[in-house]
Structure formats: C-alpha cells, structure tokens
Ligand binder design. Structure first.
Ligand SMILES: *Cc1c(COP(=O)(O)O)cnc(C)c1O
Length: 507
C-alpha cells in the first residue's frame, strides 16, 4: 500500500514518517496530519467505540490519545485553512440545504469513533472562518493561536471556577490579570435607590436587557442624544437627569460607552463623570469593545476619565483577540460584589477550610457554575507581554487608518459615514456605478441603503469577504467594517476595496 498513513508526521522537511502508536506529543516538530479520507484511518481505531477509551477501558490510554490527536489534527487543519487567503471564508448554505447535507440525528446505539471524527470534520466544514483575514463582520475577529492552546488546555482541565479548593491555579491567575488591569481606586458615594438609568442612544442593546431583567422596565432606561460622531452629549445627559428629578423620579445609574458597537464612538468620560458627580449617580463605563485601547500609549487617551468610574465592563475577546468568550467586569470598590451577591452556600463556601477562604471567589458572582475564561487570556498576555499587546492594538489602528485613507482615495466608489473613526469600526456605503453621478442627499442615500444588503448577499455567496451592515438613526443600511484581527494586513484591505467593486459595480 502506498497510501500515506494517516499517522504519518511531517518532519520539518515534510517527509512522512510513521509515529509510534502512543507518541508523546512533546517535540515541537510533531505536527501531525492526516488525510480527509476516513478509509485511511488504521483499522485499530476506526471500529472502536467510546467504551474502548478511558475510563471505560483502563488499558485504553493509547487509543484515547490517538482519538484526541485526531481531533486536534482536525482543529489544526481548520486553523491552517483559516489563515489561507486562497480558502473561502464560508461555504454558504440555506438552513434547509444544510440540514440535508448534515447528519444531526442522535442514534439509539453508540456510533463508531470513525463516525465521530467525521462529525468533527463536518462540524467545521460549513463553519464561518472568523479568523480569516477577510472576515471583518464582528467585533470579535481573528484566531490567536496561543489563546487557542489555552482554551484546549482549559477544556482538558474542565474546571468550575467557584472555589480555590478546586481551581487553585486559575483563581490566582484571575487575580493577577485583574490586578494588572486595575487602575481604579477612588471611592465615591452614590445613590442606591433604584429607578432610572441613562445611557447613550448608540449604546449596546444589553443595557435595555439589563433594565428589563432588573425589573425596572425598558421605559426606565433613558437614551441620551449623541453628536454626529456618535458620542453622548453631556449637557443633554444633565438635562434629562434634571427632567426625571423634576418628575419626582430617582436617577441612579449612568452608562458611558467606550467604543460604541456600530460607530466605535467614545463618550467623553470626564464630562459624563462631572454630571454623575453633580447628581451623585453610579458611573459605569461599557468598554466591552473599546477597552483594549488602554493597552497602547497612542490610543489610551480615548478613555481619559475612566479612572473616575465605579465600574467597567471590558471584553478581552474583542479588541484583544482572546478566544470567545472572555468578558470581564471591574469594580472600584473592594468587597462590593461579595457584599451584594454572597449567598454563603454551605456545601461550597465553608468558612472553616484549611486555607484563606477569601480566595473562594465563587460567592462574588450571581451564577453558580462559571467557565474558566482566564487561562487562554493569561497565556496570551504572557506570550505577548504588555509591549506585544501595545503592538497588537497599534496594528489594528494602523490598518484602520489605512482603510480610511483608501476609502477616501476612492471617494467615487465609497462614502464614509464618519471620516474620522475613533475605534476600528469604519462605516461606509459602497456606491455602485449607476449612483456615482447622482446628487448627494437623502434620495441617493435611500437607494444606497437598498444596495448594501444585496452586496452582502453576493459576498456570502462568493465566500470571499464578510462585512456586516445595519441602519442607524436616520442613516439607511451601511457597512460597518471591523478590524480586530492580527491577521489583517494592507493587502487584505486592498483586496477588500477591489472585491467590493467587483461584486457591486452593476448593482
Ligand atoms: C459586545 C458588547 C457588549 C456585550 O457584551 P457581552 O459580553 O457579549 O454580553 C456590550 N457593550 C458593548 C459596547 C459591546 O460592544
């Protein structure tokens, strides 16, 4: 048989050699690969079922290892394809078509490992490659390989983050990362009676969700007008707070957004903080998207004033590229979470344990089971250091500046919504040939708004590019391009400009 064994391992020179059945994956050159065809699987593993693996068969160590290697191989193939600009971002199917090509049935009896490996491969086959350099569709783009390694390891450890007792290492890691990100230490009194919340018109929809979940109702969330760049207008905030007070209502909370979801605007934090101080309101900063700017000296000024907030949300899975999901919340005042959320469950949080029980952080949070999201974050930060993360952020902003410059250079084909974006969101309309000579104004915008979703459909069919679109306020549909992946380079932006014109010219 001259068929290449699936167990062959390309040495650095890529010459296949056979691995021992139970090869420890310790050598860095041990990049294992095998072909797509399942026939090539060695007979000894393909016919096995789960009971042949650990812990059901205690002699099943080698088989278990082999099975996991193969799943890892499938993942590695996917990673390579993700970064291959010659590969499509997606192979789009309608839901009904996809149901036909996928076998999603749960069988009554065990399936062979061979089938499960097939299933693993199929699961990725129709998946959108969010790490592809031309995927600009979401706030979380990119695939950081170190973070992926962290996530694999986390999955193997399968840890619930409630106590030091069961997650000693990861609890300490969480403390390290949060102390590192801790730049707040001033305590301000705040009003605690619940009634009215304030946030900008362009803030994230989760604020509405929070108002509803807390039982306030979405009507008790006041949306403050924004300026042309999408930033909250502090004088309007002050006016609206006064208005509620005059009606006898109790404002208690203001959320400023650092990096709005669509336009990437940074609300003026100092000015918002002044209003909060004046009225003694809780000042929260939603930096889920923009928080990463703090990691670079050239961008951190955008969040000046954040140190005056009582709380911040920050999602490292967005600008920082940590694998999904990794969302953090930071409070200025120590002990606040434990005093609010502690339920003192006797079976978890015994006070007479043989170590300092303040490390049992599980009682600080509202959920019980909590996934370990720290390791992939900590490992990525270790790999880059602060300086690497600064470069990471600077790269995203450099690519954004390059895109804006390109769009301006092709102003016949592209119309920017905001020609000085504050974050890596770039909002624009693509202008097809027939509309290029039309007079600017609402009529042209209306027609442009009809064109963008059709162009998006063409992108998905072509599989070459993905950019999201939406309307906003009075603006009809426009594209919002996000650069939050380290894979994006100038060539990808040049490609994007050409590809949009190739796909949309005749619309
Ligand atoms: C993504 C995002 C959120 C939501 O964060 P989740 O952790 O995904 O719930 C909130 N606010 C802003 C500005 C965001 O961009």
């Amino acid at each position: 048989m001259d068929r290449r064994s699936p167990m062959s391992i390309p040495a650095p020179a890529r010459s296949p050699r056979i691995s021992p059945r139970c090869s420890p994956c310790s050598s860095p050159a041990t990049a294992r690969r095998f072909k797509d065809d399942v026939e090539a699987l060695p007979r000894d593993i393909e016919k096995l079922i789960y009971t042949d693996l650990l812990p059901f068969d205690i002699t099943g160590g080698p088989e278990t290892r082999e099975f996991l290697y193969r799943v890892a191989d499938i993942s590695c193939d996917y990673v390579e394809k993700t970064f291959d600009r010659g590969c499509k971002i997606l192979d789009f199917h309608q839901p009904e078509q996809l149901k036909e090509v996928l076998d999603l049935e749960i069988p009554s009896d065990p399936l062979k490992l061979e089938q499960l490996l097939h299933d693993c491969r199929d699961a990725l086959k129709y998946q959108v490659k969010t790490g592809h350099p031309r995927f600009m569709n979401q706030l979380s783009c990119g695939l950081e390989v170190i973070s992926l390694g962290g996530e694999w390891l986390t999955a193997a450890a399968n840890i619930n983050m409630f106590t030091y007792e069961i997650a000693p290492v990861f609890i300490l890691m969480e403390q390290t990362a949060s102390l590192h990100a801790h730049f707040l230490h001033v305590s301000t009194p705040y009003a605690c009676a619940l009634h009215f919340m304030f946030t900008s018109l362009h803030s994230h929809y989760s604020l509405k969700g929070a108002a509803a979940t807390m039982g306030l109702g979405t009507d008790n969330l006041v949306l403050v007008p924004v300026d042309a760049k999408g930033r909250m207008i502090p004088a309007e905030l002050d006016r609206l707070i006064e208005e509620q007070k005059a009606k006898g209502n109790t404002p208690f909370f203001v959320c400023a957004t650092a990096g709005t979801t669509v336009m990437g605007a940074f609300d003026p934090l100092h000015a918002v903080a002044d209003v909060c101080d004046k009225h003694k309101l809780w000042f929260h900063v939603d930096a889920a998207w923009g928080g990463g700017v703090l990691l670079s000296k050239s961008t951190r000024h955008k969040m000046a004033g954040v140190e005056r907030s009582q709380s911040i949300t920050w999602n490292p899975h967005k600008l920082m590229g940590v694998l999904l999901q990794c969302s953090t919340v930071h409070f200025q005042e120590d002990g606040l979470l434990i005093s609010c959320n502690s339920m003192c469950a006797d079976y978890l949080f015994q006070q007479d344990k043989p170590y300092d029980v303040t490390y049992d952080t599980g009682d600080k949070v509202i959920q019980c089971g909590r996934h370990n999201d720290i390791f992939k974050f900590w490992l990525l930060w270790r790999s880059k250091g602060d300086s690497g993360f600064e470069k990471h952020i600077d790269h995203l902003f450099e690519m954004t500046a390059y895109l804006v410059e390109k769009l301006k250079a092709h102003s016949d084909k592209f119309e920017l919504l905001n020609d000085e974006p504050e974050c890596t969101n770039v909002c624009f309309w693509y202008v097809p040939f027939r509309l290029r000579t039309m007079k600017a104004g609402p009529e042209r915008h209306k027609l442009l708004g009809e064109v963008q979703p059709i162009l998006k459909g063409r992108m998905m069919t072509a599989g070459s590019l993905m950019i999201g679109y939406q309307p906003l306020d009075d603006h009809p549909n426009f594209f919002r391009n996000i650069i939050s992946s380290q894979a994006v380079c100038r060539d990808d932006i040049d490609f994007m400009i050409e590809e949009l014109d190739r796909l949309g010219y005749d619309l």
